[in-house]
Every structure is written in structure tokens, then in C-alpha cells.
Write a protein that binds this ligand. Structure first.
Ligand SMILES: Nc1ncnc2c1ncn2[C@@H]1O[C@H](COP(=O)(O)OP(=O)(O)OP(=O)(O)O)[C@@H](O)[C@H]1O
Length: 918
């Protein structure tokens, strides 16, 4: 197993190229008053605190094993690589709690015949599984100690795929599966479903990987740990480059290039893209200028791949090396060859080194020239069409209904744009039977011995029974898949203008909001728009173009321009605005030509003119490349004299990203996770960047402030502390002059909504009581539904007296009773500006009502009081009604509840019209 999973992808190995990146622990939390739990987007500072090493993945903080783990990560973020690394750890005994580890791939779901058992699923169908000579004995061991089994589900693009498997419930089937899991009469789907539902191997540990998309509430409820792969940090990128480029000159030039291109550097946050960036930097001498957009990057990678495949074909013909057989990719073969065979191959390769060097030189010379012949271009068109089909279906797997010509398949596999996943493996014949068969059939025995001599004994177990039928074809790279889908949309004559527009939800205005945006569809949309403005001569190197297809592109370009100019940006969702920003960045930066270049520039100019002045990205993840694009658009706006207020709350933006946008001249105010804001200020103070610190402090906006997570209270407390002490920390004094008047955002904070709800409210309230005295200018405090209770009212009373500006106080639904009112009464009468008080739906009875009635005339500014739905009876109501006569300023008193007799209430109402039902 160690050998089988060593290869990350062609030419890259786990031991030499893999960079260890941690995973972060994600949390399911209720947000605000909403009782449904959802995946919380964490701020950067908080995220850093949840990072886990690989060795901690299976253990909780108490050292207990986690049994149901979900690992999330966008395309290319390294989920599969992490799993291979876990395999490697396991094979070297670093995860000793498991005796067996199996990887079950989504692609096996294509096996639809009901002829499998749990035993064959694990020992014959799982990925990386080594040959097993005594399956029955091994299976018995698995069943006997299922607690020591780790099952990993990989290759699932959507959470919904799991959700469907969990929802399918057939009781009879589950019973028969549990009764006889050895019977070969189930489909892979049924077996997967039973495992995920814990009907089979209920004690084993499950680790599921998925891109974080699609609704999956049932699944999220089942799992007891949600992890996310982190991208590469700046130092990870450097490590990766130093491992990728063994040639010091190339390495230095690649590092230099990244230093000069912040976009490429930010793309490298995604390891899959980092790999692509390295590929093009490796050939930068011949490729010319490094890519400035994702479109250019994918275009250059495609050219390289096609060149490489062309060169390999030439060498193969020259040296008559056996060609790649059937549907197996080279990398697959590499991983399966035993070391002795590999050594012999290496020796042979040495002899070819000279030839190879010449070939590489030739390759370098030819990159930049024509990459495809006519036939290849036709194949590229066909691939593009397939790419769009798969993107539309949210899948990386090629549909099985198509009959693909052998030549096309060979091209697709040779270029490594498509890979093949073997589905069925030959069952391993137990050794005794093998010998028996050999005795009966001397020819076969001789053949087998031959194979053993070649060092590939046992390899049979990995191979397909029938290579053409028993494999699934899938896209090797999600970015190239989306790029080709974009090529099809914008350049194919077969895509009408109507269909083209339908594929671009970001451009269809508010109605596009409703659509659930899938990552690859977003990427495809970006590529499709950008390719319309792309340099045609370059595109012609890859694709077949006729005059008609050019015409078609021009009309689509006009259509896109019209659509973009008609957009009402104020009506777009944050996700749509981000997508349009990406489209515009790609279109206007990608190699343009002549008037196409100026046309895209005009579109950007139109966009920045029409963007709303308050630009919110709240609630959508902003990854490093996204931040680059947003910054690009903001800068363009700045050049046209536009200023913006930015909302970056709940975006998970990194502190470095925050720093890059906050300092732009045309940013008037910004909001972001308070902990990250403080982290940024501290960084700026430490680096002595006073001007930027001054801007970052003065531009922060908090108003109106909603506290929806317990951590928000902690963050706010820290900020209030800075405000009160007028410095960032005791040891730092550089910021003293900047903070001489405290934090402007705190000084100007007028409204605070505390929305933790009854379960989490008590967790955050003690901290709130401590920080409130720092919010001197607070006018509106909304504490509805936080279970303050009589216990909390005392603390609240102590704090209220420190808020002289308070005008509106909402204490509805807080379990406050008579004791609470007694505690609060002195504080309430000390608030000189309080005009609205709500004690709606608490537990105040007559005693509390009387206390309230006694202080009412002393609350000179009060105009509205709400004590509806409490427990007061006619006695309390009459007291309040009587007190009202002495309160000229009060305009409304709402106090109805079922304990007050109807007649009494009616009479009170008639006596004073300010008493209201509702
Ligand atoms: N930790 C790492 N070190 C070095 N390279 C990595 C690492 N993680 C990922 N890569 C590179 O990124 C590529 C994509 O990674 P991988 O296939 O693991 O992503 P994934 O999250 O499984 O993507 P998908 O959702 O598309 O399946 C790998 O082939 C490898 O080249």
C-alpha cells in the first residue's frame, strides 16, 4: 500500500513533493436567532486556533476516537493527497489504532449489478487495495475487529451525493445486508448506503471527503467532526517550489516570478493551482510572459500538455517503446510497477537521457508554435463539448452513454486531460488454487512464472478484467475541465446565444440569485466570458476555428456586453457581484487584441461606475484569489473617483487580504471579523506602518453591530478594551497617538443587537455585562430572547447605569420575573434618555408590575412601555394604569395578557387611550 499510494500525480511523489498542510476544524452553529445549525465561516484568527495536524484527525481533545468525520475542500485543495498521506502514515504505523484502511471511490457506483458483498467491496473494489491471498480469513478479521477499521469515501464532489445515499432506506435490504454481508447479491450503491447509515461495520471509523457544496443537513447531523483542508501559506508555497524545482536556476526564477506577480502567488494558495503555476513557470522561457489570469494559466497548461503528448508520441514511435495500453494512464502504471522492474526501467532510461534532453530542448523550442494538428483540434472540440456536459451535470466523470472512438480516447488519455479509473479487479485466486490450476494447465503456469520474473507478480489483482468496459473516465483536473467547458460555451457554433446566456447566472441579474452556484459552473462562466475577449491567434493553436465560429463569438461578445451594461448591481447578491468581478478581471486582463481589449476595458469602467457604494460580500467565503479580484475592481473604481464602504464580515478573509484592501485610498469604511481587525492592527503596529494603521483604525465601521456567535462577544470585549485603554497592548506604545481618542468605531457605536438566543445567550452575557460600560454612546440595546432571567438582571442593572445615552432597551423574552424588575427599577429611572422599554413576554406578575408602576413617573423621557404577555393580573394592570396618569410623556402602554380579565382591561383602555392591546 505504501508503494501504491506514493504517487501524487504523474511525476510527483508524496515523499518528495508533498507539503504538510494542516486541516482546520469547522463548526456547525446556529446563527443569531435561527435555530437551524449551519456551517460557520470562521474568521482567520479563530481559524488559526482550530488547526489540526494529520495525527490529530482521528482523535478529539479528550483523546477519544472520532467515528464519523467529514473532510471538506474545494477542487484541487488536496483532499485526495491528504488521504494518500494518511495511507502512508498508516503503512509506517503512525496511525496504530487501525488494522485495516480502505478507500471507497464514488466511481465504483457505476457498477450497478447486484453481485457484490461487503467482502468483495472491500477486498476487490476499494482503491489502492493490495492483493489478498486469503480473503475469507482477512474478512473474518475485519468483522471481528471492526473498531479497528477505517473506511474512507473519496471522489464525491457534492455533499448531496452522500445525502442521497443516507436517505435511501429499505428496511428489508438492510436486514438482509446485516444478516449476510458475504452474499454476493448487492449493488455497490446498496453497500455504500448501508455503510454510511451504520448498518454495516457500525463500529468502524468513517472519513468522507467532499467539496463543500450542496445541502446535506442529514449528513451534517450524523458526522461528529467536520474538517477542512487549508490552502498553502506563503511558506508552504516556497517549500513546494523548492521541492518542485530541483534546478536552482529554475527555482530562483520561479520564485522571482511569483514575487512579481501577486495574482499567481495568490492562486498558489490552492495546491492544485500551485501545481499548474509551477508547470508553466518551468517553461516560462519559451512560453513568454507569465499568465495574469486563470484563463491564461489554463490556456498555457493546455498547450504544454498537448506539446508533451505530441513529443511523447514522437519518441514512442522513434524508440518503439510500448505505447500506453488501453485506458491506463502512465501514472497508474508507474505506481504499480514493482521496484526491481522500476530499477531496470531506470537503467534503460539512463541510456535515453541524451535523447530526452534533446527532446526537451526541442519541446521548449516548439512550445509557442502550433500545438495541435487538425485531428487534435477536432478532438479538443469534442473534449470541450464533453467538458460542458460534465460541468452541467456537476460531475467530473464522463457520461457513460457516449461511444467514444478509440482514437479520441487514446488522445484524451495521452494528453492526461482525462484519466481512467479501473472499476473491477480480477478476484485474487488463493495461492493453493493457483498452484492447482497451474498443475492442470502447464502453459498458464509457465506464463505466470514469466510474469513473476518480470517482477509484476500480484499486479493482476489491480488490473481490469476488460479494459474497455470496466473503467470510468474522468477529468484529471477540475480547472482544465471548466476551462474547456468555457471554450465550448463561448466558441462553439452549436451553443446558441440563448443557451450561452443561460449558462451565465451571474449575468442574469437578480433572477440568477435563486440558482445554487456550483464552483465549476462559476469557473466556467468566468472562462466563457473571458475567452470572448481572448487573443484568437493563441486560441487557434488549440482549437479549430472557422469564419463562422469567429462571427458567432462576436455576437456573443455583444450579447455579454449588453447584459453587463444592463445589470442593476444594487440588486445582485454578494456571490453574484463577486462572480461579475471575476469575469471582468479575467476578460480585461487576459491577452486582448485591438478593439476587443478596449471593449472589455469599457465594460470594467461601466461596472465600477455602477457598483453600489456599500459593497457587501457578507456570508460568502473570500479566498486569496477572490480578494485579489475584488481589490482589482476597487482600484479601477478608485481611478474613476469612486469610493466604497466594504462589508467583509463572515467571509473568512485572511488578515493579509484584509490588509491589502483596507489600505486602498478609495475605501471609506470597512467591516470585518473584529478579531481579524485587531490582528491586523497589531501587525501594522509591530511593523511600524503608522499611516496604514491610522487608516485601518479610522475606517473601521461597526454600526449596527449584531452579535450572533459567542466568539463575537469575546472579540468585541477585546476591542472595547483597546478603546478604553487607548492602546493596542501594554507593551506597544507606537499606536498611542492614533488611539488617543480611543477607537472611533466604538465611540460611534449607537446600536447593539445581542442575538445569541436562549441556549447560548447565558454563555455570552457575563462578558457583555463587562464590556457594556465601554460603549458610552450606545443608544439602542437589543437583548431580546437571551434568557437573562432574574439572576442576570442584577448584572444588567449595574451596567445600565453606565449607559447615559441609552434611548431604546429591548428586554423581551428573557425570563425576567418580579425579582428582576426590582433589580432593574433603580437603574431604569437613572437613564435620562430612555424613551422605549420592552419587557414583552417575561414573567412579571403583580408585584413586579407594582414596582414598575412606582418608578414609571420617575422615567421622565419614557414614551413607550411594553409589558404584554407577562403574568400580571387585574391588580398589576390597575397599578400601572393609575401610575400612567402621572406620566405625561408616555404615549403607549401595552400590557395585555390572558390573566387580566377582559372587562378590566377594556375599562382601563377607556380611562386612558394610551393603553393598547397590541
Ligand atoms: N499537500 C500537498 N502537497 C503538494 N501538492 C499537493 C498537496 N495537495 C494537493 N497537491 C497538488 O494538488 C493536486 C490536486 O490535489 P487533490 O487531487 O488532492 O485535490 P482534491 O481536493 O482531492 O481535488 P478534487 O476535489 O478535484 O478531487 C494534486 O494532484 C497535487 O499536485
Amino acid at each position: 500500500m505504501n508503494r501504491t499510494c506514493l504517487c501524487i500525480e504523474e511525476g510527483l511523489s508524496l515523499t518528495c513533493h508533498c507539503v504538510d498542510v494542516p486541516v482546520s476544524q469547522r463548526e456547525m452553529l446556529c446563527s443569531g436567532k435561527n435555530t437551524n445549525k449551519e456551517l460557520r465561516i470562521m474568521g482567520d484568527t479563530d481559524r488559526q486556533k482550530t488547526l489540526l495536524e494529520r495525527s490529530q484527525i482521528f482523535r478529539d481533545i479528550h483523546g477519544h476516537n472520532k467515528r464519523y468525520i467529514l473532510l471538506l475542500g474545494n477542487a484541487g485543495m488536496g483532499k485526495t493527497t491528504l488521504i494518500k498521506k494518511l495511507f502512508l502514515d498508516w503503512s509506517t504505523d503512525c496511525i496504530p489504532q487501525f488494522d485495516f484502511v480502505f478507500v471507497l471511490d464514488k466511481k465504483a457506483l457505476f457498477l450497478t449489478r447486484p453481485c457484490y458483498s461487503l467482502q468483495t467491496l472491500l477486498l476487490n473494489l476499494s482503491s489502492f487495495v493490495p492483493p489478498c491471498l486469503d480473503p475469507d480469513a482477512v474478512y473474518a478479521q475485519i468483522l471481528a475487529a471492526s473498531k479497528r477499521v477505517l473506511l474512507i469515501f473519496d471522489g464525491f464532489e457534492e455533499l448531496r451525493d452522500y445525502e442521497i445515499l443516507i436517505q435511501t432506506q429499505d428496511r428489508d435490504l438492510m436486514t438482509s445486508l446485516q444478516k449476510d454481508s458475504k452474499a454476493g447479491m448487492f449493488t455497490v450503491r446498496q453497500l455504500y448506503s448501508a455503510i454510511l447509515q451504520r448498518a454495516l461495520l457500525p463500529d468502524c471509523t468513517l472519513l468522507l471527503t467532499s467539496r463543500p457544496r450542496g445541502a446535506a443537513s442529514q449528513l451534517l447531523r450524523r458526522v461528529n467532526s467536520i474538517l477542512e483542508v487549508c490552502g498553502f501559506s506563503t511558506s508552504d508555497i516556497e517549500t513546494y517550489l523548492s521541492r518542485y524545482f530541483t534546478d536552482p536556476v529554475l527555482r530562483a526564477s520561479a520564485l522571482d516570478c511569483l514575487k512579481n506577480s501577486s495574482y499567481l502567488h495568490l492562486l498558489c494558495w490552492n495546491p492544485g493551482l500551485c501545481r499548474l503555476v509551477c508547470m508553466v513557470l518551468e517553461h516560462s522561457k519559451t512560453l513568454g510572459a507569465p499568465p495574469r489570469t486563470l484563463t491564461e494559466l489554463c490556456h498555457q497548461v493546455l498547450c504544454l500538455k498537448l506539446e508533451k503528448s505530441k513529443m511523447e508520441t514522437q519518441v514512442q514511435t522513434q524508440t518503439s517503446l510500448p505505447s500506453v495500453k488501453g485506458n491506463q494512464s502512465l501514472s497508474n502504471i508507474q505506481t504499480q510497477i514493482r521496484p526491481d522492474a522500476r530499477r531496470r526501467r531506470q537503467r534503460a532510461r539512463k541510456n535515453q537521457t541524451k535523447e530526452k534532453n534533446e527532446m526537451e530542448q526541442e519541446e521548449r523550442r516548439s512550445v509557442g508554435q502550433e500545438a495541435c494538428g487538425v485531428e487534435e483540434k477536432n478532438f479538443m472540440d469534442q473534449l470541450s463539448s464533453l467538458a460542458w456536459e460534465t460541468v452541467k451535470a456537476n460531475s467530473s466523470i464522463l457520461p457513460t452513454g457516449h461511444t467514444l472512438s478509440a482514437k479520441f480516447k487514446d488522445f484524451a488519455l495521452r494528453t492526461r486531460l482525462i484519466c481512467s479509473h479501473p472499476l473491477r479487479k480480477e478476484p485474487v485466486v488463493p495461492k493453493a488454487k493457483e498452484e492447482e490450476a497451474g498443475r492442470d494447465n502447464p502453459d498458464k503456469k509457465a506464463g505466470d512464472e514469466n510474469q513473476n520474473k518480470k517482477g509484476i507478480r500480484g499486479r493482476k489483482a489491480f488490473e481490469n478484467v476488460n479494459p474497455s468496459d470496466d473503467c470510468v473516465l474522468f477529468w484529471a483536473n477540475p480547472f482544465l475541465q471548466s476551462y474547456l467547458a468555457g471554450v465550448h460555451l463561448s466558441l462553439s457554433r452549436n451553443v446558441s446565444e440563448r443557451h450561452f446566456l443561460q449558462a451565465l447566472p451571474a449575468l442574469s441579474g437578480p433572477k440568477g440569485r435563486r440558482r445554487h452556484q456550483i464552483e465549476e459552473q462559476g469557473l466556467t462562466q468566468r472562462f466563457a466570458v473571458s475567452l470572448l475577449f481572448h487573443n484568437r491567434t493563441l486560441l487557434q493553436r488549440l482549437l479549430s476555428f472557422t469564419k463562422t465560429s469567429f462571427k458567432n463569438t462576436v455576437s456573443k461578445q455583444t450579447l455579454v456586453a449588453k447584459q453587463l451594461q444592463g445589470l442593476l448591481y444594487g440588486d445582485l447578491s454578494p456571490a453574484q457581484i463577486l462572480e461579475v468581478c471575476h469575469c471582468m478581471h479575467e476578460a480585461s486582463t487576459t491577452y486582448g487584441e485591438g478593439n476587443r481589449g478596449s471593449c472589455s476595458a469599457q465594460l470594467v469602467s461601466h461596472m465600477v461606475e455602477n457598483l453600489p457604494a456599500f459593497l457587501s460580500f457578507c456570508g460568502i467565503p473570500l479566498r486569496p484569489p477572490d480578494v485579489f479580484t475584488v481589490k482589482y475592481i476597487l482600484e479601477k473604481g478608485g481611478a474613476q473617483g469612486r469610493g466604497f464602504r466594504l462589508d467583509l464580515e463572515d467571509t473568512g478573509i485572511q488578515v493579509s487580504g484584509l490588509r491589502s484592501v483596507v489600505g486602498l485610498n478609495n475605501i471609506k469604511t470597512y467591516r470585518a471579523c473584529v478579531a481579524d481587525v485587531i490582528a491586523l492592527w497589531e501587525q501594522l503596529e509591530e511593523s511600524g506602518e503608522e499611516e496604514l494603521l491610522q487608516q485601518a483604525v479610522s475606517r473601521l465601521e461597526l454600526y449596527p453591530l449584531k452579535i450572533t456567535q459567542v466568539c463575537h462577544v469575546e472579540h468585541l470585549a477585546k476591542l472595547v478594551d483597546i478603546h478604553v485603554h487607548k492602546r493596542l497592548s501594554d507593551s506597544c506604545t507606537q499606536s498611542d497617538s492614533i488611539l488617543a481618542e480611543g477607537v472611533p468605531a466604538i465611540r460611534e457605536l449607537r446600536k447593539l443587537e445581542f442575538e445569541l438566543g436562549p441556549d447560548r445567550g447565558p454563555l455570552g452575557l457575563p462578558r457583555l455585562w463587562e464590556l457594556l460600560p465601554g460603549l458610552m454612546n450606545l443608544q439602542h440595546l437589543d437583548l431580546e430572547n437571551n434568557k437573562i432571567g432574574d439572576g442576570g438582571s442584577e448584572m444588567l442593572a449595574n451596567t445600565l447605569i453606565t449607559l447615559p445615552s441609552l434611548e431604546i432597551l429591548n428586554l423581551s423574552q428573557n425570563c425576567i420575573g418580579d425579582r428582576g424588575v426590582k433589580n432593574l427599577a433603580p437603574a431604569l429611572k437613572s437613564l435620562p434618555k430612555l424613551h422605549s422599554l420592552s419587557l414583552y413576554s417575561n414573567m412579571i406578575s403583580d408585584e413586579g408590575a407594582e414596582k414598575l408602576a412606582s418608578v414609571l413617573p420617575l422615567m421622565a423621557s419614557l414614551t413607550d412601555l411594553d409589558v404584554k404577555y407577562n403574568k400580571l393580573t387585574d391588580v398589576g394592570a390597575i397599578s400601572l394604569g393609575a401610575s400612567l396618569r402621572n406620566c405625561r410623556n408616555i404615549k403607549t402602554l401595552r400590557m395585555w395578557n390572558q390573566c387580566i380579565p377582559y372587562g378590566v382591561f377594556e375599562r382601563l383602555k377607556q380611562q386612558d387611550s394610551r393603553i393598547l392591546w397590541h
